[in-house]
Ligand binder design. Structure first.
Ligand code: 5GP
Length: 120
């Protein structure tokens, strides 16, 4: 599968469409999910053309992999989620219901988050 440069997060990265940005550095951009599922629901995306975790974890430069994870850490710390707890999640493909084909990590927090997966 080829990376699609017209996906919505690519447009947010290029600042062609707005997002409620909470953090940005040379490796990553973080912004509020437009349809939040928890009091804190932030998306963190790497600055690079990667479709999902499966693509990123094999093909991204080591410096970007480290920088991206530190950006996630920075957001978790900025929202003080580490004491009460949080969940990070990333979808790949149809079974996971991935909607946007640019790699992103969801950060959820701010309330008890329930079961890890919804029942079948
Ligand atoms: P996925 O299902 O691909 O893991 O998650 C995609 C997420 O992106 C969804 O939670 C959805 O609400 C969010 N989303 C989709 N379009 C936009 C958008 O244009 N702006 C923002 N901020 N979030 C979006």
């Amino acid at each position: 599968m080829e990376y699609n440069h017209n996906n919505i997060f690519a447009k947010i990265l290029r600042k062609e469409i707005p997002a409620d940005i909470v953090y940005e550095d040379e490796y990553a951009l973080a912004f509020h999910d437009i349809n939040p599922k928890a009091p804190v629901h932030i998306l963190v995306i790497p600055k690079g053309d990667f479709i999902s975790f499966f693509d990123f974890s094999m093909n991204a430069a080591p410096e970007l992999i480290v920088g991206f994870h530190k950006a996630i850490h920075h957001v978790i710390r900025a929202y003080k989620l580490q004491n009460e707890g949080f969940r990070i999640l990333s979808n790949h493909g149809a079974n996971a219901g991935q909607e946007v084909p640019h790699y992103h990590i969801h950060i959820f927090g701010g309330r008890p988050l329930g079961r890890m997966l919804s029942p079948e």
